[in-house]
Design a binder for this molecule. Structure first.
Ligand code: HEC
Length: 218
């Protein structure tokens, strides 16, 4: 037993010695590396690109906010006011609803909201064959107007319907005619802006209102 222990002690000392040697050796190597890479607080130079990048970012973000903030106004996001994609948004929706809006503001004063007109002065649009027939007829009436005697049922009207070519767009004219063709007792198909555009082109030299014989001749 004693022998065994001494043997073990011997070997332990041997390996301890070896261990120290190895540790010392490693320490030497480690210090060699540390000499060059010792972290030193507060003495590193800032990389040259860091302030440059910071300045570029600062200018860019300033530009970005200036360009896209819309002055932080809620109206910047109103598609109708800001334009752009809102141009399409303004035409979106139901043609009958848009046409009703145009009708209320430009036609109802004479033809009345119920489309029945005023006897002897303004003809009814409800039940008018000029409204529900060939679409080019109401398009021409709205573009250049109508004058001279017209016969509506039993009553005769000799008035002047104003021209709207200058103040209403193809879209607005298509919408309002679609509305009068599909309202009250009328059941005629809608009118597209392309149809209005074509008639506008064909009649662009005309400056005087249409007369009933002209519209009938066609
Ligand atoms: C200032 C009044 C006035 C306004 C506004 C007006 N009209 Fe008229 N409209 C008339 C008169 C008057 C006639 C009949 C003209 C005639 O006697 O020759 C008429 C005739 C018509 C006719 C022919 C009806 C028929 O059966 O002969 C149509 C269709 C028509 N208008 C549509 C419209 C539409 C759509 C609008 C709106 C964009 C409109 N009018 C705005 C006064 C008006």
């Amino acid at each position: 037993m004693k022998e065994d222990r001494s043997f073990r002690e011997d070997t332990a000392t041997e390996s301890e010695k070896k261990e120290i040697d190895i540790t010392e050796m490693h320490l030497g190597i480690a210090h060699e590396h540390e000499e060059h890479h010792e972290p030193s607080e507060g003495h590193e130079r800032m990389p040259w690109w860091l302030p440059t990048l910071a300045i570029i970012l600062l200018f860019w973000s300033g530009y970005y906010v200036g360009r896209y903030s819309g002055e932080f106004s809620a109206q910047s996001y109103d598609p109708v006011i800001s334009g752009g994609p809102g141009k399409e948004a303004a035409v979106s929706g139901n043609p009958m609803d848009r046409g009703a809006t145009v009708f209320q503001s430009t036609c109802a004063a004479c033809h009345q909201a119920n489309g029945r007109g005023v006897p002897g002065q303004f003809p009814p649009l409800d039940g008018s064959r000029f409204v529900t027939g060939d679409a080019t007829v109401p398009i021409r009436i709205v573009l250049q107007g109508l004058s001279g005697p017209i016969q509506v049922g039993s009553q005769k009207i000799d008035g002047n319907m104003p021209a709207w070519a200058a103040s209403l767009s193809d879209q607005q004219i298509a919408d309002v005619i679609t509305y009068v063709r599909g309202s009250w007792g009328n059941k005629a198909p809608p009118v597209r802006p392309e149809q209005v555009k074509r008639v506008r082109e064909q009649t662009k030299s005309r400056t005087t209102p249409w007369t009933v014989p002209e519209l009938k001749k066609r």
